[in-house]
Ligand binder design. Sequence first.
Ligand code: TYD
Ligand code: MG
Length: 453
Amino acid sequence: MAKSTRLYQCEACGAEAPKWSGQCPACGAWNSLHERHVTPAPRAGALLAPAAGAEPCDLDAVPAIDQARTPTGLSEFDRVLGGGLVDGAVVLLGGDPGVGKSTLLLQALAALADRRRALYVSGEESLQQVGLRARRLGLADRPLRLLADTVIERVLETAAKERAELLVIDSIQTMFSEALASAPGSVAQVRECAARLVRFAKDRAVTVFIVGHVTKEGALAGPRVLEHMVDTVLYFEGEPGSRYRMVRAVKNRFGAAHELGVFAMLEDGLKPVTNPSAIFLSRHARPVPGSVVTVALEGTRPLLVEVQALVDAAAAAPPRRLAVGLDGGRLALLLAVLHRHTGAELGNRDVFANVVGGVRLGETAADLAVLLAVRSSLYDKPLPDKLVVFGEVGLAGEIRPVPNGEARLAAAAKHGFARALMPAANRVKRPPPNIDAIGVDHLDEALAALERI
Ligand code: TYD
Ligand code: MG
């Protein structure tokens, strides 16, 4: 049976204090502290739940706590974190082995080391290996504390002793609790270690980064079962053979989800790429069939990306449809619209669609660009030069508005595009002066507009 502990709670503001005093330390009210018994949650896994016996309160009685953020100075990392680190936040950084997770966190920690007492716990590499990497990154002189250990109880004890304010656990799969008999990396161990880390972070307002390896199949026990326990989930991705790396926020309790940070992995570490549009556009001397540039919104940032399609005679029945960086179901839907509303014959043709640079387009705003790329390849007819296309396509062939049309248009203008084919409903009152905004309501109109350019 878990031992109950004493707590004092302020009637006025709800703040809790371990000791009784005449005046509430939080709101200053007099004689407002009353004793309350709390039974700690018996299982580590249950620790995320609010304390048992908590009383309901009015919404407006909840004190407003300002979530102060500490920027790391790595601009693209701060972007995905929602501006910087939040004290007491737990961030999971998942990704394939070798993508650069350890490098990114070592750089972030080193950048913060003057402002936050930082402890880097490595369960995978020896201190020599971590030291070697730090030297390669030119960070060997930073006031960083390192620890090579895998027993979570000892790690947390050390972190407490060191009064660490920032903790990196690299990786969760190597950590284990002596309280459990199962092997490190098992679901039970990963969950238990994470639960302890989360409690540690919340109790002491320590920011904790947890590194987790995921395989392509997502088969490895770990990160997936942790997603609901942590505040922020970041995925680190990179195309094999490419030096560009993308960090994507798939969940963020302290900022916008789906924010994208872009880095280049160089000899001396990860460098933020502040204008990623430049790398997602392939350089064609003149327009080529099957290529259309669209403006995607990644989190809060508009990104110019190139959508490519290739339509070819089917080698076998049924014809193949392959979407890379796009939803396959969405592609099928767009092909049906293209057939039904423009009479394009695709029944005996293979269709491949691809987004350049390893970007994944989840939004329907890319519909019109995908559809026009397929059509352009089918008829072997390039689209006009310096054209950018965005808009959602409905089943009736209507072009529907998309969020943030104005920001998309501004981004296209900034990157030197001369015209934008876009939903009429998105047309802005005062478009940027150097871009021609062509608003259309229906696919027919869009095709007619293309003929006129
Ligand atoms: P690493 O951070 O160890 O990946 P992870 O922790 O996700 O497994 O990075 C591994 C790769 O990055 C490795 O192949 C070497 C490369 N790298 C560079 O190209 N430049 C550098 O400055 C560093 C430190 C690593
Ligand atoms: Mg590593």
